[in-house]
Each structure stands twice: as C-alpha cells, then as structure tokens.
Design a protein around this ligand. Structure first.
Ligand SMILES: CC(C)(COP(=O)(O)OP(=O)(O)OC[C@H]1O[C@@H](n2cnc3c(N)ncnc32)[C@H](O)[C@@H]1OP(=O)(O)O)[C@@H](O)C(=O)NCCC(=O)NCCS
Length: 169
C-alpha cells in the first residue's frame, strides 16, 4: 500500500484582490473565493495523487469575514485523509495584515476530490500519513465527516432519481 505524508502535498496560493473581483462595497464575491478555494484544494489533491483530480463536492462554506479590495488573501490546503479513489482536502483562507504581520481567518472548507486518469476513469490514490498532532486530529475528524457525507450523498442521489426525467436530460 502506497502512503504519502501530508507535508508532501500541502499547498499555498496568494492573491491580491482587485476591483474586478469585488462588489460595489469593495468586498470579494463569494463565488470568486469559492473558486480560489477549489483551485488550492485541487493543488494539494493532485500533488498527493500525482494525477488529475476532479472536485466531487465542497462541504458547507461559511464566509466568516469580508475580504476587501487590496487585501492579500492567503489560502492553504492539505489532504486530511484518502480513501480508495477520493481524498478529503481542508482549505483555510486568511487575509494577511502586512503591517501588523497578522493573519485573519475569513473562510474554510472541506472538499472531496477524486483522482482520474487521462481518460477520466477513477484511479486509486495513496493513503495519507499524518505526522503532526494537527494532522492526526484532522485525519480522525475526516472519518466522521465522510460518514455524514456518505449519508447525504445517498439521500441526494435518491432525490435526483425521483426527479422528473427532463431534469436528467
Ligand atoms: C465525482 C465523481 C467522479 C464520482 O463518480 P461516481 O461514479 O459517482 O463514483 P462513486 O459513487 O463510485 O464514488 C467514487 C468516489 O467518490 C466519492 N464521492 C462520490 N460522490 C461524492 C460526493 N458527493 N461527495 C464526496 N465524495 C463523493 C465516493 O465516496 C468514492 O470515494 P472512494 O473511491 O474513495 O471510496 C463523478 O460524480 C464526477 O465525475 N462528477 C463530476 C466531477 C466534476 O466535473 N467536477 C467539477 C465540477 S464542475
């Protein structure tokens, strides 16, 4: 069984926020932040799997504090746990106050990525080796979240199957 430490795929991305990404109040659009979160999550997942990955889901997302035009946004991601073909990735988004040298938490999310080959077929991924106390805690917590997610996925699949046929075309 192939195993990779979390540290091998931990990723980071930084963005300066420009007016084109913000609303009339100068606040970053939520959807743009979700895109940044998805991208930095995919970086960690693809590094861990050493393969192309697709986003299967993003869990509940809270926008804890606004991100303003001119802010320096820092996004960090790491693979919390891997299963057969999927991985849970945790992403934390923060704004860096460059003068005070402090980070302010603005959002975080858990995403599931699935590894695929060049034809789009799902492929198996290496397991995760958590090394630090934080990584071990996230590894344990990920198992509980996967259980809840599986129930939710089954419930949604049943709902989709019950929908009118035109929704499936
Ligand atoms: C994600 C996807 C590959 C899952 O394929 P599927 O045939 O439904 O696969 P399965 O039900 O057999 O599940 C495959 C794996 O994905 C996981 N998975 C599937 N749906 C999931 C969901 N909604 N949330 C979290 N994990 C999910 C399963 O737990 C399983 O993991 P495992 O192999 O590690 O045990 C498929 O739905 C897909 O290709 N979706 C589109 C992806 C995409 O285009 N993303 C970009 C968004 S535009």
């Amino acid at each position: 069984m192939l195993v990779r430490p979390v540290s091998e795929s931990q990723s980071e991305r930084s963005e300066i926020i420009f007016p084109g990404d913000a609303n009339a109040l100068g606040n970053l659009f939520g959807g743009r932040l979700m895109q940044f979160i998805d991208l930095v999550g995919a970086m960690a997942a693809s590094r861990h799997a050493r393969a192309i990955t697709v986003t299967a889901s993003m869990d509940h997302l809270d926008f804890v504090a606004p991100v303003k035009v001119g802010d320096l946004l820092i996004l960090k991601s790491s693979v919390n746990r891997a299963y057969k073909t999927s991985m849970e990735v945790g992403v934390k988004a923060m704004v860096e106050d460059v003068r005070a040298q402090r980070l302010r938490h603005v959002s975080s999310a858990y995403l599931t990525f699935v590894a695929v080959d060049s034809t789009g077929q799902r492929i198996e991924v290496p397991q995760v080796l958590p090394e630090t106390e934080n990584q071990k805690r996230r590894f344990e917590d990920a198992a509980r979240r996967r259980e809840m997610r599986s129930e939710e996925t089954l419930r949604k699949r049943a709902m989709r199957a019950a929908m009118a046929p035109e929704w499936h075309s």
